[in-house]
Design a binder for this molecule. Sequence first.
Ligand SMILES: C[C@H](O)CC(=O)SCCNC(=O)CCNC(=O)[C@H](O)C(C)(C)COP(=O)(O)OP(=O)(O)OC[C@H]1O[C@@H](n2cnc3c(N)ncnc32)[C@H](O)[C@@H]1OP(=O)(O)O
Length: 735
Amino acid sequence: MAPARVTMEVGNDGVAIITMINPPVNALAIPIISGLQETFGEATRRDDVKAIVLTGKGGRFSGGFDINVFQQVHMTGDALLMPDVSVELVVNVIEDSKKPVVAAVEGLALGGGLELALGCHARIAAPKTQLGLPELTLGIIPGFGGTQRLPRLVGLSKGVEMMLLSKSIMSEEGRKLGLIDAIVASEELLKVSRQWALDIAAMHKPWIRSLHKTDKIGSLSEAREVLKIARQQAKKTAPNMPQHQVCLDVIEEGIIHGGYSGVLKEAKAFKELVLSDTSKALVHVFFAQRAASKVPNVTDIGLKPRGVKKVAVIGGGLMGSGIATALILSNIYVVLKEINSEYLLKGIKTIEANVQGLVARGKLTEDKANKALTMLKGVLDYSEFKNVDMVIEAVIESIPLKQKIFSELEKACSPHCILATNTSTVDLNIIGAKTSSQDRIIGAHFFSPAHVMPLLEIVRTEKTSAQTILDLMTVGKIIKKVSVVVGNCTGFAVNRAFFPYSQSANFLVNLGVDVFRIDSVIRSFGFPIGPFELLDVAGYGVAAATRVVFAEAFPDRTFTNPLVDLLLKSGRNGKKNGKGLYIFEKGSKPRPDPSVLPIIEESRRLTNVMPGGKPISITDREILEMILFPVMNESCRVLEEEIVVRASDLDIASVLGMSFPNYRGGIVFWADAVGAKHIYTSLKKWSQTYGNFFKPSKFLEERAMKGIPLVRLKTHNLSFLNFRFLKLKVYYLFC
Ligand SMILES: C[C@H](O)CC(=O)SCCNC(=O)CCNC(=O)[C@H](O)C(C)(C)COP(=O)(O)OP(=O)(O)OC[C@H]1O[C@@H](n2cnc3c(N)ncnc32)[C@H](O)[C@@H]1OP(=O)(O)O
């Protein structure tokens, strides 16, 4: 690939076209920043240049500052690796240029990319160009003046909303808001932009320095009110992340003391935040997500994905209908098969309700909803299966039933059809045992609700062909899921690593710890709900079924306890019947139900694990550790058995599949920040008191003893990760 560079071409009309070239997104890498300094310098000096147009090559303006540089800063701790762009380039060179500068924006202008455009004197955009400042998702704030210029162009409330929610807008909305001066067809973009620049030079169009605009900010008291409300909301929605409040402080500085003062404060805060633990974790998650799309011997051997246009889904229950919804929303034809018309109708109604739910929440237009529903057909037999490209089986977790279905599929489908199962636990070799199609059998493990949750766990056996894996990954991309390819074992990667999660929470309850306190500790850590509310929401049936599977697979480390059975016996069914450990009432948040306490007491009496029969005394930190360290312990086994390609795959899977807080980087990243030694010593101590459930794995023991980070797998020679590990401060914070 050619190196990142900036070119300049001066036309006969006296307009210099400065183009950033760094595919695929023209990220502002260091050579691009220095290239901009040089070319702008030259354009300013040259007498034949009257005006300047800034653009990006390849239909994308810029995806922002090069995030790889943040990673280098995290590895070295050296914030000086980041050049001073905000004042030296955007203010001094672009905004204060003696020659007008127009941004010709196409495809996307995000983060630092949009900030460069904001520093220009006008912005011309192609239709459907994505514009946004998503920096907060990386644990930082905009650092090239975006906190000051965006509110001055679009208004304070809108600017705050776009930054705090990292919400992009399209150029059409940008035009209405005043962010974009004109929208023109892609082919006309440069022509119109160069004329616009000449018009500014000739004073036919206004020469606007957005940093000096004040008309859209409102009065000081109005601005303070907007910021106050935003602060309160951010406290609730992002309680453990510093960048939200810092962003608001920086905006306020500019409102009180002027835009330039705001720019200076922003630059300082930006550099501090880059070094924060939150930024380290979120940048790690950014790259973990992209790394998951690269699977050795699948995506790097020159295979081309075969088109998957029509998919059959077997089973219209919760999972099947969710999967069918996800497919039709992305224009893939779905044949939904059920065993009788009553179940089929129920499945179709669920899909319709899923689609209408998205309309009601403003996530889908009525037109698109209607179009999606035309992509769905219900059937009761296999006659439509001849020409489907893929089947996804989503029936109950019964091995004989799944084996029967797969034998039937072999006959009903073409020999090239992909045969996928949505099982969350059952070994794929067992499901395909009665077929001779093992090369095209694959796991497509969706998370509930399948049309909403972003993760697709793709399970391969040693016989699954690379083509089959690639095709399913491609379907994942089309339906906007993040695919993580994992190996075949009980529970695969996510459910396997997390099976101790609810068991350790139950262990604590049986040791005398309050159910609702446990949920609250887990929520404070950053999970959206605690393990017991999750139990109520997911339903006790799921818990009972998976408990058996894991108990059979891992009898040495399973904590069996009677709580779910006791709850069921007392007529509680969780959210399903409105009564579990919590009370569920329409229109209000689930409330802890104190009348459940005698049932919990009964469970404690039956398990009899409390030392001396008395409830243990425990801190919040210990509660968190006793719940998450067993998960890390099992994650170590997943890493050791190479169920995942790389440790960061488990990080992204834990974030997207289990809602592990992304600002803690995922389960393995967080474990390394805590330190293998501390995890190992704690587990060892608990195993001596409470038994094998807590016994540390060999992998963890080895890493703890040798001081090697968990992230490093046998097969990878990633010596720099060791370096990163040494640099990581333990950022094990409770907020
Ligand atoms: C000072 C400033 O205020 C600070 C900043 O600007 S911070 C950066 C702000 N910008 C962002 O957060 C945008 C991040 N990027 C994205 O959201 C998406 O990549 C995108 C919407 C631009 C494109 O998405 P999509 O087309 O699906 O491609 P995607 O696979 O994500 O990215 C393509 C490649 O570009 C890389 N890339 C994207 N944005 C990048 C960036 N800002 N820096 C470095 N690399 C970047 C990705 O890592 C990926 O690399 P790979 O092929 O080696 O894995």
